[in-house]
Design a protein around this ligand. Structure first.
Ligand code: ATP
Length: 240
């Protein structure tokens, strides 16, 4: 059997003893694009932050067959996990080019190759190479945040709500770029906007108030939209 790229066993996240994500077991295979879906407060960000080590998680987390539960965020990043947090953390005072270059720990030629690849992915960034990041639109800042993460050539890209606050047409552009990234990078994508996420995802997990209520293929969720209704609505629909 093939070893998953990442797997969790009983992974949970709590804040001051209050659970935000109940123990989860799931596996992400190389090449997957896993959507973590759920409404506001479902636990999507907490789960991603637990995976990258920014929020303490209990249970077991394995990456490329190695238990990384005790590793700090920087060590997880060194092993090939990149994280694009909600809210696009970019260096506003640096140019687009500088933002990209500081994100790549590689020799000059390789850095240039990676920058060219980022510009192929996001032509709008290429056109603003020497602009300061603060001059970019919200959508372009999100593109820069993703491009920065890709400069490290991650094996696994974690993305938190890339569509948040973007006009629908811009969000679609961002998701189209994610689809291109998904062709050769494994992705875990947390999104409230399920239909956008399902355009690129191969698999999905649905969280509802910290509980996993579904795990399966993205097609299953597309064919059964009732899966996305909050637990309460489902209970009412059942007449309970
Ligand atoms: P959103 O789409 O709004 O970001 P989400 O699905 O990502 O929601 P989380 O942000 O992970 O959900 O929140 C899950 C639960 O954990 C919520 O009840 C939230 O209030 C709580 N929570 C999140 N961050 C903290 C924190 N730093 N301290 C205490 N509770 C928190």
């Amino acid at each position: 059997m093939t070893t998953p790229l990442l797997s969790t066993t009983g992974l949970s996240v709590a804040y001051g003893g209050i659970p935000a994500v109940a123990p989860l077991n799931f596996a992400v295979m190389q090449g997957d694009c896993l959507a973590i879906l759920g409404s506001n407060g479902a636990g999507k960000s907490s789960l991603l932050r637990g995976l990258i080590g920014l929020t303490p998680a209990t249970g077991d987390l394995t990456f490329e067959g190695v238990n990384i539960t005790a590793l700090a965020t920087a060590d997880r990043a060194r092993r090939g996990i990149a994280f694009v947090p909600e809210g696009r953390r970019i260096f506003a005072g640096m140019t687009v080019r500088e933002n990209l270059e500081v994100a790549a720990h590689a020799a000059t030629g390789e850095r240039q190759r990676r920058r060219d690849a980022a510009y192929d992915l996001f032509p709008q960034l290429a056109a603003r190479d020497r602009h300061s990041a603060w001059q970019l639109s919200g959508g372009q800042q999100q593109m820069l945040a993703i491009a920065r993460a890709m400069m490290a050539r991650p094996k696994l890209l974690l993305m938190d709500e890339p569509s948040l606050g973007l006009a629908p047409a811009i969000a679609k552009d961002v998701v189209a770029a994610l689809a291109a990234i998904a062709a050769d990078t494994t992705i875990i994508l947390a999104e409230q906007n399920a239909s956008l996420a399902l355009d690129v995802a191969s698999n999905a997990i649905i969280l509802d108030r910290g509980q996993q209520v579904f795990e399966g293929s993205a097609d299953d969720v597309k064919n059964r939209p009732e899966l996305l209704a909050p637990a309460q609505a489902r209970a009412e629909a059942r007449g309970s």
